[in-house]
Design a protein around this ligand. Structure first.
Ligand SMILES: *Cc1c(COP(=O)(O)O)cnc(C)c1O
Length: 430
């Protein structure tokens, strides 16, 4: 809606006392912070998805939201707890910025293990794990001092998005596919400089589905300790480790490294839309008093997270049985195996079987696919020709890969994999 007295350059005429005078043009410039904010996943989804063509129904394996197909749902106990809170009408107001005391206590109890006991004072409730990460990065990394954080490559795109938006620099450390996506420790250590203020460790990981051993975590901690760099541990997939594998939290290890453990309900409880996350402060050396103060101040920017869900957290965490998490993990493993089995004998493709989480990455041997230059080209063509929508590895800083979300039911995944196999066979050149 343009006012007639304004021309297209934003210049407007204003009439004062019957006299017309020129006003200086409007100039509504976006902020540097706004301009800095680029989310590669959202960009790709919105760009690719807008123009799909074939008559086959689209199978989307792009979005890491377990609720999309209705086969993975929050526990009945969680739903009951939330309904009760809504009906009681006691939690319609603001909660304290750090979170409701009862919810903080319940989270502390839920995540405490032998060797790592948390109290309610250690827990800061946030609006989803993304908000925990944003708060942690903002608390630790100072753009005015040119500081940087180390992030995994390949890795979840939000780390970079959240950091560069506030002008914090990122450096990356490599994960090694042949070693179950463990960090390249020498290279990680070589990336640390005197401006590095945090190392982000994502375990279990998105997009690789890695689940690190105690030994590997110990080696990462040793490096962090040697260089006196705190860790931001993104453990949002802690409960979705497949049967027979064991998850080890960084906080449960013997270490003097200060750690901000970021997690939440989104993935474990299969309820990302409930927007509940937390930061658990693990500080054996007692060096994070100031950081705790900052976490509290940063929480005050947005008056706390959703109070209703916070009110339900004690019952959600206490009443949801272990079998709920076990069933979800077993289902995910079964679905991942459908994809792995179907793609592992397709020429030119290498699927990597995950040990946890919602994803499986597949490598395309680009030399055998001369008309597909990179992951972006692969996912674009795959969508055009077979109506299967996956994210390109480029969203996670890896090339020649695609990421398949394995939350859909087995029959959907099987159909998608048959289409991917056909696609690969069509483009394969010996
Ligand atoms: C999904 C995801 C998150 C974000 O979780 P929310 O609680 O929905 O904000 C954080 N980290 C990783 C690695 C994820 O895959």
């Amino acid at each position: 809606m343009l006012d007639k007295s304004c021309n297209t350059n934003g210049q407007c005429k204003k009439i004062d006392n019957g006299q017309t005078r020129e006003q200086k043009p409007w100039n509504v410039e976006p902020s540097t912070i706004g301009n800095n904010c680029i989310n590669p996943i959202r960009l790709t989804i919105e760009k690719l998805f807008s123009k799909s063509v074939t008559e086959k129904s689209i199978i989307s394996l792009a979005i890491g939201d377990p609720t999309l197909y209705g086969n993975l749902n929050p526990s009945q106990e969680s739903i009951d707890a939330l309904v009760k809170v809504v009906q009681q009408g006691k939690h319609n107001g603001y909660s304290p910025s750090m979170g409701l005391q009862t919810a903080r206590q319940a989270i502390a109890d839920f995540i405490s293990v032998d060797g790592a006991k948390f109290t309610s004072d250690d827990i800061f409730i946030c609006s989803g794990c993304a908000s925990s990460l944003e708060t942690s990065i903002t608390a630790l990394a100072d753009p005015f001092k040119g500081q940087n954080i180390l992030i995994p490559k390949p890795g979840f795109g939000a780390y970079k998005t959240l950091a560069v938006t506030i002008n914090v620099k990122v450096k990356s450390y490599d994960l090694i596919p042949e070693k179950n996506w463990e960090a390249d420790l020498n290279q990680l250590e070589s990336q640390i400089d005197d401006k590095t203020t945090a190392i982000v460790v994502n375990n279990p990981s998105n997009p690789c589905g890695a689940n690190y051993s105690k030994q590997h975590l110990q080696r990462i901690l040793d490096i962090a300790s040697r260089h006196r760099v705190p860790i931001i541990a993104d453990e949002i997939y802690e409960k979705l480790v497949y049967p027979g594998k064991k998850f080890v939290s960084l906080a449960s290890m013997e270490t003097d490294v200060p750690i901000l453990v970021c997690s939440g309900l989104s993935k474990s409880l299969l309820a990302p839309g409930w927007r509940q996350g937390w930061i658990a402060v693990c500080d054996r050396a007692g060096v994070m008093t100031e950081i705790r103060r900052i976490l509290e101040s940063l929480g005050q920017r947005i008056n706390g997270s959703n109070s209703l869900v916070q009110g339900a957290i004690p019952e959600i965490l206490q009443n949801t049985p272990q079998s709920f998490y076990d069933d979800a993990a077993a289902k995910l493993e079964k679905q991942a195996k459908v994809v792995y089995d179907r793609l592992s004998h397709v020429k030119g493709l290498t699927p990597y079987m995950p040990e946890a989480a919602l994803y499986l990455v597949v490598k395309f041997d680009l030399e055998k696919f001369p008309d597909l230059q990179n992951g972006l080209e692969i996912t674009k063509q795959l969508l055009n020709e077979e109506s299967v929508f996956c994210l390109p590895g480029e969203c996670f800083e890896m090339t020649g890969f695609i990421r398949i979300v394995i939350t859909s039911p087995c029959d959907v995944l099987a159909e998608a994999c048959d289409r991917i196999a056909k696609f690969a066979e069509r483009h394969y050149v010996e």
